[in-house]
Design a protein around this ligand. Structure first.
Ligand code: LLP
Length: 450
């Protein structure tokens, strides 16, 4: 497949069969338990009114439907079996690590920091997969001392480091996978094959670097080589991209006679009204069928690392509208009390979101405005062309759904804005799992008499 040639969208996650009014928020962008309260007309998630949550915990606020998170973890385990890991970079806190572990997932961490949080959550290290394209000796030592289940080896320098560490006392050779760069880059609706892989991650298949890494690791006493890993991108809507990944990997993997193959994460999710994506089950089915088609032995433990597809639609952000600036003939700016510090995705990737008001989620969103944050940047957009009800007013609680992945985890303190709290809701109750930062938190790293 070449750039520009787009395969048809072959699988659809959300087949409701109902067509939604284009000016209303499609239910498939909301958490599973979202429901409109028949009395108040407000939206409730997990049986809790969003306006009550905003009043109790303040705004901006990340709200997660706990049952939705658990259900996606269960779907992942049912689809892939033991070994499927939650890509914790999508959203990580102690409560989330515990939840994913309780539901039977392993946890994929990309840094020593993520490892620290996951271990603090009480997740057994043996169910953690350690990633990173530049793991330090300290990170590697901490991972091996903790007894992580797998390390995904990413560079020749890392192999050198592992061997140097293994020469020291008390080294227990970890089970490792080799991260291979298959030369496929998957985009939302296409994938491209690059002649030689241009990536900071892993070992290229082209040029024999991956083969050389396998040679070194299989001879090394520092590690036990158990498999091959690849990851072709994120927010992928086409299962065909994964079939292609397996096809490319199979030729390399088959002769190695190793027990494990991990195809990485990347399954996409719909963010806006006209998008749809394969389900976790459909994704696994396609990968497993491709493994059969391309001769991967049936005994191979085939795994994956979904992040976004577990957490994104479970979460939403509640903001309070602060100012509405109508510039006649130009646009209307609706400014909320967060912005690029709690959701940098629109600024970084031009990502689109939907919006609605918590008090009237079913109202027609007949007015088009631009939702912006409170940061000192003109580019601080949350939604460029947001549909909102015509009577939107200051103090309204404006919601952006599908912010459960790569929102809180990429949040910053830009402009010394404090990071939002996170609540899990379910069964009519809300529990705070990450408290809101306070102004004093902004000083906690300062050496005040320095
Ligand atoms: N495994 C590996 C090795 C990864 O690098 C990633 C994501 C995942 C698993 C999980 O991928 P997911 O299923 O969540 O797509 N900040 C970007 C996404 C970066 C993804 C990085 N790697 C965004 O907000 O779209």
């Amino acid at each position: 497949m070449f750039p520009g040639r787009r395969p048809a969208l072959n699988t659809v996650a959300v087949t409701t069969g109902i067509s939604f009014h284009p000016l209303r928020i499609p239910p498939y962008l909301l958490p599973d338990s979202a429901a409109v309260d028949p009395q108040s007309g407000h939206l409730a998630v997990g049986g809790v009114d969003l306006l009550e949550l905003a009043a109790r915990f303040g705004t901006p606020l990340f709200v997660y439907d706990e049952a939705h998170l658990r259900e996606r973890c269960r779907q992942a385990v049912a689809a892939w079996g033991d070994g499927v890991a939650y890509g914790s970079k999508a959203f990580l806190c102690v409560a989330m690590a515990r939840l994913a572990h309780e539901e039977g997932m392993w946890i994929d961490v990309a840094t020593g920091g993520e490892l620290h949080v996951v271990l603090a959550a009480g997740v057994p290290a043996g169910r953690v997969v350690m990633h990173g394209n530049n793991k330090s000796s300290d990170e590697l030592r901490a991972a091996v001392e903790a007894g992580v289940g797998r390390i995904v080896v990413d560079s020749f320098d890392e192999i050198d480091r592992l061997e140097a560490l293994a020469a020291g006392p008390d080294w227990r050779p970890p089970q490792v996978l080799v991260r291979v760069t298959p030369g496929i880059e998957a985009h939302t609706h296409e994938y491209v094959m690059t002649g030689q892989a241009d990536s900071k991650f892993g070992f290229g298949l082209a040029g024999g670097r991956a083969a050389e890494a396998v040679r070194r690791l299989s001879r090394s006493d520092a590690v036990e080589l158990v498999g091959i890993h690849a990851h072709i991108g994120s927010q992928i809507f086409l299962t065909e991209s994964y079939r292609r990944e397996v096809e490319v990997l199979a030729g390399f993997f088959r002769p190695l006679d190793l027990p494990e193959l991990c195809v990485g994460g990347g399954l996409g999710v719909p963010y806006v009204a006209d998008e749809s994506a394969p389900s976790l089950a459909q994704w696994a089915e396609v990968v497993k069928a491709a493994c059969g088609e391309f001769g991967i032995p049936a005994s191979t433990r085939v795994t994956a690392e979904p992040g976004r597809s577990i957490a994104a639609a479970a979460g939403m952000t509640l903001y309070r509208v602060g100012t509405i600036k109508d510039i006649p003939g130009v646009r209307t700016y609706v400014a909320v009390d967060g912005g690029m510090s709690d959701n940098p995705r629109p600024v970084l990737y031009g990502s689109g979101y939907e919006t609605f008001l918590a008090r009237c989620p079913e109202d027609e969103r007949a007015r088009t405005v631009t939702v912006v944050g409170k940061h000192c940047e003109s580019g601080d957009f949350i939604v460029r062309n947001a549909h909102v009800p015509a009577d939107i007013a200051v103090d309204d609680i404006l919601v952006t759904p599908v912010t459960g992945a790569y929102g809180h985890s990429m949040a910053s303190n830009y402009n010394k804005v404090t990071r939002p709290a996170v609540v899990f809701v379910g069964g009519g109750a809300a529990r705070l799992v990450v408290r809101r930062e306070t102004p004093d938190d902004l000083l906690r790293l300062e050496v005040l008499d320095g």
